[in-house]
Ligand binder design. Structure first.
Ligand code: ATP
Length: 513
């Protein structure tokens, strides 16, 4: 059974490898740090996440269109966007352990620990007093007040240091709070330095400065530079959006926590172009819309929350994260940013091309404002995997089951002949060969049926169809449901209709409309 969150996370990681979801990249060479390959079931799950996002964002909106731009872009793009000068993370090294950390993460983890201390005091008191009043306790208990006050002071200093880009102050906070290397325990720190996260490479055969290009650190810029092309060719009027799914690359300082922080990852981004002055209304609209998208998958609302940014990026006038409760705490899953007209204005300036829109309704030309929704496909994958992983005792045996949302499950239906004889495989293949045109199916005839069910439970297959001897006499099969393990007999003629109805993504999409 799962003892705690840390153990759960370990189990999720080894399950992902053992059951063909995720492999470490170049594993035979001991792997490449923070780069992963999606295995056979992983790619199916990932594709389903992308399909759910694309349908919800593009197919269901008459005013959102798609795009698929190149990873390599003209290097001036990244000058204009500010990434060459400002896409940095504050880095700090521990002189004893030689380990490298993000200074902001060390401080944030310290703040979370202080909050945990307060919660522990509350939990203790709750057990002692029957008529416990949390609000009262928070505002009167001396110990809680002391921790909260210290925490607030550190928090204010931290936010100010971030906004002022004050690296000395970040280091001073780490020293004042006596923050130690989380792994080695040492407090022997270097100064804090800025580290640019972009990967660079050379274009063409001549290696001189001018040929340095970058692997895109976000997909958004491909959308901005194409704004006018897309607007003209799709005849969209403002407000409208452009959506894209694609790879992004960041040379992350610390890359732990499995696929949460990768150096090569995939983003699903949508830029929504609006009239100046209307951006904050749309920002609220997209906050609500995106949260609905997450909840429609059946995720418990306690697992998701909004978190306003402590420091708004140089290009934004409002920013919020949708955080998911990963086994290592609430962390960013998706960002929603009101990016003003910063990017289009910058690209106009650097390219010398006007990035304006003529709004015939108000007879005015302007540079549109932008509201962005940006979610990491891999983080969504990890959130779904962690949320789904479960162990339970069944008949004195541990059953591991991935309770994935049906629409995301890699395999929708497995088809099994009960035995590998008596014409059962032939009949089962008939069923498989009909279903395969509509759904991702799986066929297997090896091993005892119980074992085959368990393997499907472990990869999250919501339905198993079994063909047995009764099938040959009355044309019925059993359909087994993953979570309840209940089996029902249904007519073979109805299998496709019943399965299609159960796994229909449109039902969820309709709840978003
Ligand atoms: P973080 O604060 O965790 O570094 P961020 O604020 O830099 O993330 P954004 O630039 O807003 O992230 O990117 C949008 C989304 O892309 C994030 O919400 C996240 O889901 C995903 N993402 C960003 N960096 C990574 C990464 N290194 N690995 C996997 N996904 C990532």
């Amino acid at each position: 059974m799962i003892a705690n969150d840390a153990e759960k996370f370990k189990k999720v990681i080894s399950h992902a490898k053992e059951y063909g979801f995720i492999f470490q990249s170049s594993e035979i060479y001991d792997g490449l740090s923070a780069v992963y390959d999606y295995a056979s079931y992983g790619v199916l799950l990932k594709n389903n996440i992308k399909e759910y996002w694309w349908k919800a964002m593009v197919q269901m909106h008459e005013n959102i269109v798609g795009l698929d731009t190149a990873i390599l872009m003209h290097p001036t793009t990244w000058k204009a966007s500010g990434h060459v000068d400002a896409f940095n993370d504050p880095l700090i090294d521990n002189k004893d352990s030689k380990k490298r950390y993000r200074a902001d993460n060390l401080i944030e983890d310290y703040l979370t620990k202080q909050e945990d201390k307060i919660n522990k005091e509350i939990e203790k008191a709750k057990k002692r007093f029957a008529d416990f009043d949390e609000e009262m306790f928070r505002t009167t208990n001396a110990r809680v007040l002391e921790i909260a006050e210290k925490k607030n002071v550190v928090y204010s200093r931290y936010v100010k240091a971030l906004n002022d880009n004050n690296l000395e102050e970040l280091k001073q906070i780490i020293i004042d709070c006596e923050i130690a290397d989380p792994e080695a325990g040492s407090r022997n720190w270097t100064d804090v330095r800025q580290f640019n996260l972009m990967f660079s490479t050379k274009l063409g055969a001549v290696s001189d400065e001018a040929d340095t290009i970058y692997l895109r650190p976000e997909t958004a810029q491909g959308i901005f530079v194409n704004f006018l092309n897309v607007q003209k060719t799709t005849r969209q009027k403002i407000p409208f959006g452009i959506a894209q799914i694609g790879k992004a690359f960041r040379n992350e300082i610390v890359a732990r926590q499995f696929i949460f922080r990768m150096r090569e990852f995939e983003q699903m981004e949508m830029q929504f172009f609006v009239r100046p002055g209307e951006e904050l209304n749309y920002y609220d609209h997209w906050k609500t819309t995106r949260m609905k998208w997450h909840l429609a998958l059946g995720t418990d609302e306690k697992m998701l929350k909004f978190h306003d940014h402590d420091k708004v990026a140089h290009y934004a006038n409002a920013a919020v994260d949708i955080e998911f409760n990963f086994p290592f705490g609430f962390k960013e899953l998706e960002g929603i940013h009101s990016r003003t007209n910063f990017d289009l204005t910058q690209h106009s300036e650097f390219s010398g091309k006007k990035m304006q829109y003529f709004d015939s309704e108000i007879n005015e030309s302007y540079v549109p404002y932008v509201v962005e929704t940006s979610i990491g496909c891999d983080r969504m994958f990890l959130a779904m995997l962690c949320n789904a992983y479960d162990e339970e005792i069944v008949n004195e045996d541990t059953r591991t089951v991935l309770r994935l949302p049906v629409v995301l499950a890699p395999i929708k239906v497995a088809v099994f002949p009960l035995l590998k004889k008596d014409g059962l495989p032939e009949k089962a293949l008939e069923v498989f060969n009909e279903l395969k045109f509509y759904h991702q199916c799986y066929y297997e005839e090896k091993d005892a049926i119980g074992k085959r069910y368990r393997r499907q439970d472990a990869i999250g297959t919501p339905y198993c169809i079994t063909i047995d001897h009764q099938t040959l006499t009355d044309n019925t099969v059993t359909i087994r449901e993953r979570d309840s393990m209940q089996q029902e007999r249904i007519n073979i003629e109805n299998v496709l209709k019943i399965v299609s109805d159960k796994v229909d993504m449109n039902k969820i999409l309709k709840t978003l409309a």
